[in-house]
Design a protein around this ligand. Structure first.
Ligand SMILES: *[C@@H]1O[C@H](CO)[C@@H](O)[C@H](O)[C@H]1NC(C)=O
Ligand SMILES: *[C@@H]1O[C@H](CO)[C@@H](O)[C@H](O)[C@H]1NC(C)=O
Ligand SMILES: [Ca+2]
Length: 139
């Protein structure tokens, strides 16, 4: 009993703790407006950094903004500032002429940041390993 509680605590301090909860917002906004909406009402515009996340999201067949923005050609970062390591670009993407990314059926495409798409926010907890500390974000 005690052991399992301890090992849960140990796991929790090094990993993501809780699967992200995604929320589809069925309202067209620009990428920046979508980010503002998500930061005010949830944790942020969707971050996707593993297969589990992807499997949650590939059911959306319409174009939806995710929290991914281009830093320079072929360098993309999440809304939190984290470098995007896990990637799921569609064939031929990114082709380096647009600055924001939308997702369609799980695959990522570059899109013009000023376009008006629905979007995905997320709530997460125990994310963002930055420097020495683990930053807790609201659920
Ligand atoms: C964006 O889409 C919404 C509907 O989802 C619409 O109400 C709004 O007028 C659109 N904005 C622009 C600038 O096209
Ligand atoms: C947060 O959600 C509320 C309710 O849907 C909305 O009125 C408000 O505009 C949202 N915040 C932002 C920054 O868009
Ligand atoms: Ca493009």
């Amino acid at each position: 009993m005690c052991f399992s509680i301890l090992s849960f605590t140990a796991l929790c301090s090094v990993s993501e703790c809780v699967q992200r909860q995604y929320h589809f917002i069925n309202d067209g906004k620009t990428w920046t407006e979508a980010q503002r909406y998500c930061r005010e009402n949830y944790t942020d515009l969707a971050t996707v950094d593993n297969m589990n996340d992807m499997n949650e999201l590939n059911k959306y067949a319409a174009r939806v903004w995710i929290g991914l923005q281009r830093a320079s050609c072929d360098k993309w970062q999440w809304s939190s500032g984290e470098h995007a390591l896990y990637r799921n670009w569609a064939t031929g993407q990114p082709d380096c002429n647009d600055e924001c990314a939308f997702m369609r059926s799980g695959q990522w495409h570059e899109g013009q940041c000023s376009d008006n798409w629905s979007f995905i926010c997320y709530n997460g907890k125990c994310k963002h390993l930055k420097g020495q500390g683990i930053y807790l974000t609201k659920l």
